[in-house]
Design a protein around this ligand. Structure first.
Ligand code: MEV
Length: 322
């Protein structure tokens, strides 16, 4: 639970930023061509890039990262590989620069920090060296960075990190173009986010689901299709502002994520606390195996839910889907 105490603060979303996200319905099955719903959270990562005569330095003081990218012997981390890829793709591999990153998203919690970091750095590097790049190209490049970090990403995290709006997302297969539909809801939906304090290793949970699917594709395909139906029903519930229905869909989805065995003891405790304190729906969000969970509730229930989570020793914050 080392990062439980990590400070969560809402900072100004100005400058070159990538958005954090929650997945409301459909994580994991989205990797297998099914629909998922994601929404931005008011937490982001910001980056600044300044030219320097030689060497590329990456500084993320909050995460204790200080690396010189031009030193090949240190090229083992996925962070190093991602930033190097960005510089190459923007045709800046031979330029010296200092990259400062200011994360306001807790790391390794399934809230999209790695994709947000890639998007922020792409934007800042492109701005500094006046490289023309479209939003779609930013998202695609961040997707390639996500492949380094996660192996087989669906593309939902980089899409959210770039565009920062609620979406229904589907990518039928690795070669298909992502289908992205904007979602809106008539009134903001209150969300409590609970952090398990245990780092989630998305690559690991995505890998364990893949191993189970490879052993028994029919069994797992049917679970993915059930989750797909929940995500499609969720898009309708959001459109109508029917939070009781959305909550029920989230509860069922959590049950199916349990069937995929990607929950954890802490996530189960948080889900239980949320439901006992009046949440309409509660589920893990993101890769699982630790990381974060979300609960939706009537506005007057969010504080009691968050307080009960804090009393049990968990870090939480309250946000809304709008
Ligand atoms: C991670 O935020 C969501 C997963 O579905 C992985 C992915 O879609 O790439 C677990």
């Amino acid at each position: 639970r080392s990062d439980r105490q990590e400070v969560i603060e809402h900072a100004d979303a100005a400058g070159d930023i990538g958005y954090g996200k929650i997945i409301l319905l459909g994580e994991h099955s989205v990797v297998y061509g099914r629909h998922a719903i994601a929404a931005p959270i008011p937490l982001h990562i910001r980056a600044e890039v300044k030219p320097q005569p030689e060497h590329t330095d990456l500084m993320i003081p909050r995460w204790g990262v200080e690396m010189r990218l031009s030193e090949p012997e240190r090229s083992v981390s996925s962070l190093h590989a991602s930033i190097t890829l960005i510089a190459e793709r923007l045709d800046l591999a031979d330029r010296g620069m200092r990259i400062d990153v200011f994360p306001h998203i807790p790391r390794a919690n399934g809230l999209g920090a790695s994709a947000a970091l890639a998007v922020a750095v792409i934007r800042a590097m492109a701005r500094c060296f006046e490289v023309d790049i479209s939003e779609r190209e930013i998202s695609n490049l961040a997707f390639d960075c996500e492949k380094i970090a996660h192996g087989t990403p669906s593309g939902i995290d980089n899409t959210l990190a770039t565009f920062g709006r609620p979406i229904l997302f589907r990518k039928e297969n690795a070669l298909a173009r992502a289908e992205i539909r904007d979602l809106s809801t008539p009134a903001p939906i209150p969300v409590v986010i609970g952090l398990s304090g245990v780092a989630t290793l998305t690559m690991q949970t995505v890998g364990s689901v893949r191993a189970a699917w490879e052993k028994n594709p029919a069994r797992y395909e049917s679970i993915f299709s059930q989750i797909d139906a929940l995500a499609l029903a969720g898009a309708d519930a959001l459109k109508k502002g029917d939070i009781a229905e959305l909550g029920e869909l989230m509860n069922i989805d959590h049950g199916l994520l349990n069937a995929l065995q990607v929950s954890s003891r802490e996530i189960e405790e948080l889900v239980e606390i949320a439901r006992q304190n009046g949440a309409l729906g509660a589920k893990l969000t993101g890769g699982g195996g630790g990381g974060a969970m979300i609960a939706i509730a009537e506005p007057e229930r969010t504080q009691p839910i968050a307080s009960a989570m804090r009393s049990a020793g968990y870090n939480t914050f309250i946000t809304e889907i709008r």
